[in-house]
Design a protein around this ligand. Structure first.
Ligand code: NAD
Length: 325
């Protein structure tokens, strides 16, 4: 990857990925794009940023040509919980944008990274250590678009030789940009509320386990897979990756180690709960480890220390919260 265009660059992943890519590849070699703009954000002010609606294929192609890119990282998407509120729009945006991106990559011979998700699995997939290749019949529109996207990327690789790559991300946790409406968002909200109000009611029910990953590990995985030797990739588009696995009780207990007065309870949202129940308890990342050396640094306890530290440093919460270290 020498020059990269990122779609959805102001979202939860993009806003941190852009900073990492600018540091590693040079400010002039990273083109951040999004349908919206956040005028004072680092993504917009500290490098190249362009407004782009990925549904507009002509503008997409002309921006790619203008900057003479060689790689696209496609992040613009509607996420799981929002997708269930607007299923027709989720299909239109997630599939329409991917089709446009794949076509531009085919025409100009660009490399493509686009993420899938644990949402690509469904109730009939094996629940524990869900294998890389298994039954995938998701029950959400978001999941339907993710499976279709995985297959479409495989098709473009086999049929047209487009160098498509991707991972199935678990829930991503970060202290920088709030998540965009996913089912695992409770695992971010809980840190903010622990610091601000010292209490939190989880919208995901007791005992519901899901895979998660801290954002620095997710960003490294993106770069590592894009830079991996393509001849060693058997799966290419939808590698299972994960760094930790917990239910709401386990994350709250970890927070209590640092904020002993933290009160934790439940206020379950039936829609997001039923989405969570249709997903795996845990996924098996063996193929990612074997084919491109996937690794991670943060487990639940290391992530919790960093999240609380970084959020407190941003001024989240009252100054009287004493973090036990
Ligand atoms: P997000 O919702 O935080 O950000 C999406 C961005 O896309 C937003 O900034 C939005 O303005 C932009 N966008 C929406 N419509 C657009 C359009 N028509 N043209 C251009 N930009 C548009 O999403 P995210 O969390 O950063 O996720 C990025 C990708 O990673 C998605 O494909 C998502 O499915 C996948 N993923 C994310 C997670 C997670 O926990 N965040 C987990 C699994 C997979």
């Amino acid at each position: 990857m020498k020059k990269v265009l990122v779609t959805g660059a102001l979202g939860q992943i993009g806003s941190e990925l852009i900073v990492k890519l600018r540091n590693e590849y040079g400010v002039d070699n990273v083109i951040g794009t999004d349908i919206r703009s956040i005028p004072n954000s680092e993504v917009v002010t500290n490098g190249i940023f362009e407004n782009l609606d990925v549904m507009d294929d002509k503008s997409l192609a002309s921006l790619c040509k203008k900057y003479e890119i060689d790689t696209v990282i496609h992040l613009a998407s509607l996420l799981s919980a929002v997708g269930e509120q607007k299923p027709q729009f989720a299909w239109k945006l997630n599939m329409g944008s991917l089709t446009n991106i794949l076509e531009v990559c085919r025409e100009f011979n660009y490399k493509l990274f686009t993420p899938s998700s644990i949402a690509a699995f469904g109730e009939s997939s094996p629940k524990d250590l869900t294998p890389q290749d298994t039954i995938q019949r998701p029950s959400t529109m978001y999941g339907v678009t993710k499976v279709a996207g995985e297959l479409l990327c495989d098709y473009y690789f086999k049929k047209f030789g487009v160098d498509t790559r991707g991972v199935r991300f678990p829930g991503l946790i970060s202290y920088v940009t709030p998540p965009g409406g996913g089912t695992t968002d409770y695992a971010v909200d809980i840190y903010y509320e622990a610091l601000k109000n010292k209490k939190y009611n989880s919208f995901i029910a007791s005992g519901t386990k899901m895979d998660m990953m801290y954002m620095p590990d997710a960003l490294s995985a993106i770069v590592d897979l894009i830079e991996a030797d393509g001849s060693k990739l058997i799966h290419r588009n939808a590698f299972n990756i994960t760094a930790m696995n917990f239910d709401p009780e386990e994350i709250s207990n970890e927070i209590k180690k640092h904020i002993p007065e933290f009160e934790f309870g439940y206020n379950v949202d039936p829609v997001r709960q039923s989405i969570a129940e249709s997903w795996p308890n845990s996924i098996d990342p063996t193929c990612a480890v074997e084919e491109w050396g996937f690794k991670f640094e943060y487990d639940l306890s290391k992530m919790t220390v960093d999240m609380l530290d970084k959020l407190a440093g941003k001024g989240i919460g009252d100054k009287n919260v004493s973090l036990c270290k």
